[in-house]
Design a protein around this ligand. Structure first.
Ligand SMILES: Nc1ncnc2c1ncn2[C@@H]1O[C@H](COP(=O)(O)OP(=O)(O)OP(=O)(O)O)[C@@H](O)[C@H]1O
Length: 617
C-alpha cells in the first residue's frame, strides 16, 4: 500500500524506508529533589509511524505532543520503553544520520538573509557527493517551495514570524533526510501558507520519507492531506489511525461526532471527559485496526479537492545518496556523523560568523569606536604622565585602568555570545550540521580579529598620549600584554556564557571577575596577602597582565626618569619595581602564565559547551 501511494511523486524515491514503532513509552520528569517529586508526562504509550505517510500528533496544549516528538527524534530519552526502526531496536547514531528535528523554537541567524542561511546550510549539510550546482538548485527549490522568494534577500531579523518559521524549516529540508520530525510547524502561519507547507511535506512523504508532525488542532483542509492521526490525551494515547476512521472509532464508544463537524475539533473538545474510555479503546496506541486503509481514503479525497496550490511551486527533488553502502550498518555506525570534515565545517562556520559579526554594528563600529573614544579620554586625562618621575604613581594607575577597561569590554562582549547562540547551536548540532569543536574554534576565530583591532587601537592611542617611552621593544611588549589579557578575558567571558542564560551570565559576570581583580596585585601585594590566599595570585590573569605592563614601562633596564620636582622618589624605575613587589618578575614568565590560564579556560569552556549540547541544557 505504501509503495502504491508514492506513484504520485514526480521525482525519484528514497531508497530505504524508515518505519518507526514505539512501545510502552513512559517519560517522567523530576520537578523537586524530594521523594515523589516527579511528574509523569507520557504514560506507557505505543504506536507506529511509517515511511510514505504524513503522521500528525494532535492533542490539547500540555498533553505531551512535544515530549513524544522529542523522544522519537532522539532529543530526549524516555524513562522506559522501546523504539524500533523497521522492526529492530533503534540504533541512535544511525537514526540521527537519517533524521532531522525541526523544533518549535524558530531562532535562526539574525544577520543573514534567507538565501545566505540556506546556502551556508547546504555547504555544511551536503557532502562532497553533491556538486555546487546541485546545492544551489536545492536552495532555489526550497525558497520556491516555502513561498519565500520575495523575501530571499531579507535578513532574518527583518522577517515576519511566519517567514522565520519557514526559513527554520527550510534549513532542515536542505539535506533531504528520510525521516522528519516537525514540532508545531504551522503555528503562526496563515492558512494558505500552512496548506502549502503541509502539501510539501505530504509530497516529501510520498517520495518515501517518514514525516511526523505535531499540531494543536489541524483544520479540516489540512486534515485531508494527513494520513495518520495520533492523539494524545493527558499523556496517553487516545487514538491512532486513519483520519477517516476517527469518527467510526468514536462511535464505537458512543461518542457521536455531529455532521459537518471537524472530527479533530470534536475529539479535542470531548477528550478530557472520556480520557479513560479513549485510552482503553485505543489500547494506549497498541490497537492498529484503524490504520488499515490510510492511503486509499486520503488519496481519493485529496484528488477530489482543489487545493489552489501550483504543483511546480511545491516541489523538492530527492538528492543522490552518499557513496556508501547503506546496507553495511556497522561501517556506517563507525563513520563520522557529519557530512563534511571538521576542517571544512570550521572554514564555513568561520565565514558565517565573520559575516554575522561584520553586519552587527555593536561588534564592529561601536566596539572599535568605544575603544578609540575611551583611549582619547584616558590619554588626555593622563597626558604625558609617563615622561616625568613625579607622576609614576599616576602612570601606574593608568596602566591598571587600561588593563581593567580592556578586560571588561572583552569579557562582557564575549559573555553574551554563547547564551544568544545556544538555541541555534543546539538545533544545528543536534541535526548534525557540525561538531562542537569546529563551532567553538570558529567562534574564537571570529571574535579575535575584532578584539585585536579594538585592543590595538586603544593601546597605540594611549601609549603615545600618556608619554610612554617611544622604544619599539617596549611598545611591542606593552601591546602584547594587553592583547593577551584581552584574549584571556574573552575566554573567561565565553566560559561564563557557556554556563548560563544571558540574564544569569550578566548577573554572575562580576563574581567571575572579582577574584581576578582583588588578586591582581594592585590593591594588595603578594607579600602582604595571607599565605593561605597567595595561590590565587598565580591564577589571576590580571596579576600577570599588570606585571607585563609594569615591566614593559618601568623594567628592562629603563634609565633614570626625568624629575621636574625637588625630589622624585621613583626617579629610578627599579625602586618602583621593588615597591610593587615586581623586581624579580620576568616578562616572559608573565606571558607564558597568561597563555596557560587562557588555555585552561578555553578547554573548560569547550568541555562545558560540549556537555551543554549533549545534555541539551
Ligand atoms: N522538564 C519538565 N519539567 C516539568 N514539566 C514538564 C517538563 N517538560 C514538560 N513538562 C510538562 O509536560 C507537559 C507536556 O509538555 P509538552 O511540551 O510535551 O506538551 P505539548 O502537548 O507539546 O504542549 P503545547 O502544545 O502547548 O506545546 C506539560 O504540562 C509541561 O508543562
Amino acid at each position: 500500500m505504501v509503495t502504491d501511494s508514492r506513484s504520485e511523486s514526480t521525482s525519484a524515491s528514497i531508497t530505504d524506508d524508515v518505519n518507526i514503532a514505539f512501545e510502552d513509552i513512559t517519560y517522567k520528569v523530576r520537578h523537586t529533589l524530594l521523594p515523589g517529586g516527579s511528574k509523569t508526562i507520557l504514560n506507557g504509550v505505543s504506536g507506529q509511524f511509517n515511511a510514505g505517510e504524513v503522521s500528525v500528533i494532535i492533542g490539547q496544549s500540555g498533553a505531551g505532543k512535544s515530549s513524544l516528538l522529542d523522544i522519537l527524534a532522539g532529543y530526549t530519552s524516555p524513562t522506559s520503553g522501546r523504539i524500533c526502526v523497521n522492526g529492530r531496536l533503534r540504533n541512535e547514531k544511525l537514526f540521527r544520520r537519517r533524521s532531522c528535528y525541526i523544533l518549535q523554537d524558530d531562532r535562526v541567524q539574525d544577520m543573514l538573509t534567507i538565501e545566505e542561511s540556506l546556502k551556508f546550510a547546504a555547504e555544511l549539510k551536503l557532502g562532497t557527493h553533491i556538486s555546487t550546482q546541485q546545492k544551489l538548485q536545492r536552495v532555489e527549490q526550497i525558497i520556491t517551495s516555502l513561498g519565500v522568494s520575495r523575501a530571499r534577500d531579507t535578513r532574518a531579523i527583518d522577517l515576519s514570524g511566519g517567514q522565520r518559521k519557514r526559513l527554520a524549516i527550510g534549513l532542515e529540508l536542505v539535506n533531504d533526510p528520510p525521516v522528519m520530525f516537525l514540532d508545531e510547524p504551522i503555528s503562526g502561519l496563515d492558512i494558505s501558507i500552512s496548506k502549502q507547507l503541509v502539501y510539501l511535506l505530504r509530497r516529501l512523504a510520498r517520495q518515501g520519507r517518514t514525516v511526523v508532525i505535531s499540531m494543536h488542532q489541524p483544520s479540516a483542509t489540512l486534515l485531508d492531506m494527513v494520513d495518520r492521526l495520533y492523539a494524545i490525551v493527558g499523556g496517553r494515547c487516545g487514538y491512532m489511525g486513519a483520519v477517516s476512521l476517527l469518527v467510526p472509532f468514536l462511535k464505537e464508544i458512543d461518542l457521536i461526532c455531529p455532521a459537518y463537524h471537524n472530527p479533530v475539533d470534536f475529539f479535542i473538545e470531548i477528550c478530557n471527559d472520556y480520557e479513560k474510555d479513549l485510552e482503553n479503546h485505543s489500547k494506549n496506541g497498541k490497537d492498529d485496526q484503524y490504520i488499515n486503509n490510510i492511503f486509499s481514503e486520503t488519496e481519493s479525497k485529496l484528488l477530489s479537492i482543489d487545493f489552489n496550490i501550483k504543483e511546480d511551486d511545491v516541489c523538492l527533488t530527492t538528492l543522490p545518496p552518499p557513496k556508501e553502502d547503506p546496507t553495511n550498518k556497522i561501517l556506517l555506525a563507525l563513520k563520522s556523523t557529519y557530512p563534511t570534515t571538521p576542517l571544512k565545517q570550521f572554514a564555513i562556520l568561520t565565514r558565517r560568523a565573520l559575516l554575522t559579526v561584520w553586519r552587527d554594528p555593536s561588534f564592529t563600529v561601536i566596539n572599535v569606536g568605544i575603544h578609540c573614544a575611551m583611549a582619547l579620554f584616558v590619554g588626555l586625562l593622563f597626558f604625558k604622565v609617563g615622561e616625568d618621575a613625579k607622576y609614576v604613581r599616576d602612570n601606574y594607575n593608568f596602566l591598571y585602568f587600561s588593563l581593567m577597561f580592556l578586560m571588561f569590554t572583552a569579557f562582557s562582549g564575549a559573555t553574551v555570545r554563547f547564551p544568544e547562540q545556544v538555541p541555534i547551536i543546539r538545533r544545528e548540532h543536534f541535526n548534525r550540521w557540525y561538531n562542537t569543536g569546529a563551532y567553538f574554534a570558529s567562534t574564537l576565530a571570529s571574535i579575535l580579529p575584532m578584539q585585536t583591532i579594538s585592543t590595538l587601537s586603544f593601546c597605540f592611542i594611549t601609549y603615545f598620549l600618556t608619554g610612554q617611552p617611544p622604544e619599539p621593544f617596549r611598545i611591542a611588549t606593552y601591546s602584547a600584554t594587553l592583547l593577551l589579557v584581552s584574549y584571556v578575558a574573552v575566554c573567561v567571558g565565553l566560559l561564563n556564557g557557556s554556563l548560563f542564560t544571558v540574564k544569569n551570565a550578566v548577573v554572575f559576570g562580576p563574581f567571575f571577575i572579582m577574584p581576578f581583580t582583588i588578586f591582581s596585585g594592585f590593591f594588595l601585594r603578594y607579600s602582604d596577602a595571607p599565605s593561605v590566599f597567595r595561590w590565587i595570585f598565580h591564577i589571576s590573569f590580571l596579576k600577570h597582565g599588570l606585571v607585563g605592563l609594569v615591566i614593559s614601562v618601568f623594567g628592562m633596564n629603563r634609565p633614570k626618569l626625568v624629575c621636574t620636582d625637588i625630589y622624585c622618589h621613583y626617579a629610578k624605575p627599579s625602586q618602583f619595581l621593588k615597591d610593587c613587589d615586581m623586581l624579580d618578575e620576568k616578562f616572559l614568565v608573565a606571558m607564558v602564565s597568561l597563555a596557560c590560564i587562557g588555555g585552561v579556560v578555553i578547554t573548560l569552556t569547550y568541555v562545558i559547551l560540549k556537555i551543554r549540547l549533549k545534555l541539551r541544557w
